[in-house]
Ligand binder design. Structure first.
Ligand SMILES: *Cc1c(COP(=O)(O)O)cnc(C)c1O
Length: 495
């Protein structure tokens, strides 16, 4: 990742309002009877449409949400994906290498994250962490209902029989998802897999919302007639804080085993913290991702911190046969694989992606991941993540020392030192101006400069702002000055 080649011309992260307006005015209103032709369409795209798009990926100064960019090699690979246009859903080893590239890419992801691939036989690419949460909850739902049914001497499958019948046979009244500070997509996933959004119950600690209230969790797990999925927010999107530390995952695993619950981790962007070395800079972060190997399923995003183009998510689970029960395309005879005819034994063991995930056809998302991991390796990704963390901490330090801004969350008590607050920071910085009037318009004022982009959020009922450092180009040396310049300028401006 050669960040030294950063294009100097890229001053603005957002197009100007005039550019967007001009771009909008060029859009075709209706389907043309005869097309405008390839050459006119090409000019239209390059001149008109592109000018109206933001540079969230291209610019290192886009700090909204957690988007990530696209590394140069991943961008190249993504163009090759379009050129080849292979759908890797059926494993056809004598016709295309696509599923094998996908398998290698997923194995390399597991190796990067220190999660031995053989322990995670159900591994697949998805459209993003939302879809990964759907797949994880779909598997978890079947697991916990099957478990409850077995305890009663019955056998059942939600995938086969549907929720109503399966719950009745399993003697269950309810199925809950116990979590803390869940990402909004977890509730969506609960809706999609038939649990309902209200099944998602926040059991966060008073005053430390991202941590589990283990006593309440235990009480809820113990309820008779209620099956549970425990979902861990492994780096929460507002603060970047981790739901578990130290031995928490071990305790959660033990409780889940005792009550037949499924342990899911939503680690969309937290997952990459597993590559951090054991030194004192990263002790806290490493502790936040310790024990993820004890989960039943893990949702991750490659289009965030792995910096491959949209869309690309990852799902890892330890339960392959359960996955094939849930996702098996049982009646599509024409989709039978030719795997038994191949000579390569590795190739024979690759399950067709369409039997372990949502889609029947999909993009060959593995190639950009494969290419980027191949090109940069473990050290390339470590270097990138460390630059991002250092930039986030440098921004946080500036906020801490500033007369105009305050770093959030406020420390729980005066024993918490600034060093400890900084050591908790991963890639997100949540803060607000001390001046209430400015707080109401801060995000608008910052983004109006077009030089950096940040997201607005809420903290304890008041507006707050948030930096998410997720682009592969992040460099403290270049970026801190730009950020400081904008924050100081906005603080000094009067409305
Ligand atoms: C971003 C995010 C998601 C949703 O991921 P998409 O890729 O947008 O589908 C889910 N959970 C967490 C914690 C996230 O940060």
């Amino acid at each position: 990742m050669n960040t030294a080649q950063r294009p100097e011309s890229l001053k603005h992260v957002l197009p100007s309002l005039e550019d967007i307006e001009r771009s909008r005015a060029t859009l075709l209103d209706h389907l043309p009877a005869s097309g405008i032709g390839e050459s006119t369409a090409t000019i239209h795209l390059q001149k008109d449409v592109l000018a109206g798009l933001n540079r969230a990926s291209e610019s290192p100064h886009y700090y909204g949400f957690v988007t990530g960019g696209a590394t140069p090699i991943a961008t190249l690979a993504d163009n090759l994906v379009t050129k080849a246009d292979n759908s890797p859903q059926v494993h056809l080893p004598n016709e295309t290498l696509a599923t094998e590239v996908e398998d290698r890419a997923l194995r390399m992801v597991c190796e990067l994250l220190d999660l031995p691939p053989d322990n995670w036989p159900h591994r697949t690419f998805t459209t993003g962490a939302t879809a990964s949460n759907v797949v994880g909850l779909a598997c978890g739902r079947d697991y916990v209902v099957q478990h409850a049914a077995r305890e009663k001497g019955n056998s059942v499958s939600v995938a086969e029989d549907g929720m109503h019948k399966a719950m009745r046979i399993a003697g269950l009244e309810d199925l809950q998802v116990l979590t803390t500070v869940p990402h909004s997509s977890l509730r969506n996933a609960a809706s999609i897999v038939g649990l309902g959004r209200s099944a998602v119950i926040d059991v966060g600690l008073e005053g430390k919302k991202h941590c589990f209230d283990m006593r309440e969790l235990e009480q809820r797990l113990r309820q008779p007639g209620v099956a549970s999925i425990v979902a861990v927010s492994c780096a929460e999107v507002n603060t970047g804080f981790f739901a578990t530390t130290g031995n928490d995952m071990k305790h959660l695993r033990e409780s889940c085993d005792e009550y037949g619950a499924w342990l899911h981790v939503d680690a969309a962007f937290g997952l990459l913290a597993r590559i951090l070395p054991a030194n004192e800079d990263f002790t806290h972060l490493r502790s936040g991702v310790a024990g993820l190997d004890l989960a039943d399923s893990i949702a991750g995003d490659a289009h965030k911190l792995l910096n491959v183009p949209y869309d690309c998510g990852i799902l890892l689970s330890r339960h392959l046969s359960l996955a094939t029960q849930v996702f098996q395309n049982s009646n599509a005879v024409y989709l039978n694989t030719a795997s038994s005819e191949t000579t390569a034994s590795v190739s024979r063991s690759i399950p067709s992606p369409l039997n372990i995930g949502i889609e029947n056809s999909r993009r060959f998302r593995a190639l950009p991941v494969y290419a980027s991991l191949a090109a940069y390796g473990r050290t390339g990704y470590l270097d990138m993540l460390v630059r991002q963390i250092h930039l986030a901490r440098a921004i946080a330090l500036f906020v801490l020392e500033s007369a105009d801004y305050e770093l959030l969350p406020a420390p729980l008590n005066h024993h918490v030192t600034d060093e400890e607050r900084l050591a908790n920071i991963y890639i997100i910085v949540i803060f607000r101006p001390k001046n209430e009037e400015l707080n109401g318009r801060l995000v608008r004022a910052v983004n109006a400069t077009r030089r950096i982009y940040i997201s607005g959020t809420q903290w304890e009922g008041k507006p707050a702002a948030r930096f998410a450092v997720a682009n592969w180009q992040a460099e403290v040396e270049w970026d801190l000055e730009v950020v400081k310049g904008v924050l100081l300028e906005v603080a000094r401006s009067t409305d």
